[in-house]
Write a protein that binds this ligand. Structure first.
Ligand SMILES: *Cc1c(COP(=O)(O)O)cnc(C)c1O
Length: 317
């Protein structure tokens, strides 16, 4: 595999992801204009040379690529041949890291939450990681919780046979990732009043807010309950930019029972949105975002004349 050529392809400037206007009565009757920022189509805007690399399926596209690209650049610049990262059994970030490793000729090690998974057949998501060459190491939940402690991290990496790996944190959210996501905000400058995104770790929101122009604001919809996200976003911004940048708020109360929970009304909402607009709706994050925007619009949270962009951070698996 030709690593430098692959790296060029991955890291060259890309055209912005498409912005799509949605005509939806439920927004328009409140005077709200809804745009979709189709980061789920990022893969189609990367001009892969299929002659050189063969067919490339960049699952998952979207925000995970924006977060990974600066980390890949840093890892390669520092001469690392190996990436290690963390995730749960269904982690989009693990899949993105595995795919990136294959494309760039980097070894990848995935530290997966839950040692009970070691004796079970791999689910589709982990099987995909393994097919892309990722070495999977299963970690007890107790150790996984303490993975940010330097001694625990060193022990986990040593046990995985990767003591020298470049480490990307769970979900891919670190200071470099925020610089990648700030590009998302810059692509939206002048194009909307509010840029809304679903939040897991909050890294995408933290970067997005930093890239927007003054007068624009970012709105985050947490997909898990907890209330720690605000502090996490502030600390991510402090690490990346030295302090708070841009304007952002969180809309709490739209987690629908927690991470990866898709109760029947949410499923029905997502299927209906897909049927009416022909846009695939990823259920774990994007469905909760669109639901929240419709609910906020209905309660008059956006004044008439507001243009809201929903970032479509991924596509259904
Ligand atoms: C990971 C992910 C998010 C959340 O991104 P964070 O930066 O962790 O907040 C949103 N949407 C999709 C589709 C994702 O895979």
């Amino acid at each position: 595999m030709n690593r430098p050529a692959n790296l060029d392809v991955l890291l060259q400037p890309r055209p912005p992801s498409p912005l799509q206007e949605i005509h939806d009565e439920r927004f328009e009757r409140h005077g709200v204009r809804l745009l979709l920022k189709r980061d789920d189509l990022i893969h189609s805007t990367i001009p892969w040379d299929t002659d050189l690399f063969g067919p490339v399926d960049l699952y998952p596209p979207g925000n995970k690529w924006r977060k990974l690209a600066p980390n890949l650049r840093a890892a390669l610049a520092a001469g690392h041949g190996r990436l290690a990262t963390f995730g749960g059994a269904y982690s989009n970030h693990l899949r993105a890291t595995a795919a990136a490793g294959r494309l760039l000729g980097l070894e990848t090690v995935g530290l997966v939450r839950g040692d009970e998974l070691a004796d079970r057949p791999l689910n589709d998501s982990l099987a995909r990681c393994a097919a892309d060459g990722m070495r999977l190491c299963f970690v007890t939940r107790a150790e996984y919780r303490r993975k940010a402690e330097p001694e625990v991290l060193a022990r986990l990496l040593a046990a995985a046979g990767a003591p020298d790996a470049y480490v990307v944190p769970e979900g891919g959210s670190n200071a470099l990732a925020l610089t990648g996501c700030a590009e998302l905000g810059r692509e939206l400058r002048g194009l909307c009043d509010v840029a809304a995104v679903a939040c897991g770790t909050g890294g995408t929101l933290a970067g997005l807010a930093a890239g927007l122009a003054p007068g624009q604001s970012a709105l985050g919809v947490p997909v898990l309950a907890g209330g720690f996200l605000g502090a996490e976003i502030r600390s991510l911004q402090a690490a990346a930019f030295g302090g708070p940048v841009g304007s952002w708020t969180l809309a709490e109360g739209y987690d629908h029972g927690g991470y990866a929970r898709v109760p029947r009304p949410l499923e029905a909402f997502a299927a209906d949105f897909e049927a009416r607009h022909g846009v695939p709706v990823e259920r774990i994050y994007v469905a909760k975002l669109l639901w929240a925007l419709e609910a906020l619009t209905a309660t008059g949270a956006f004044s008439p004349g507001t243009t809201v962009t929903a970032v479509v951070t991924g596509r259904p698996y």
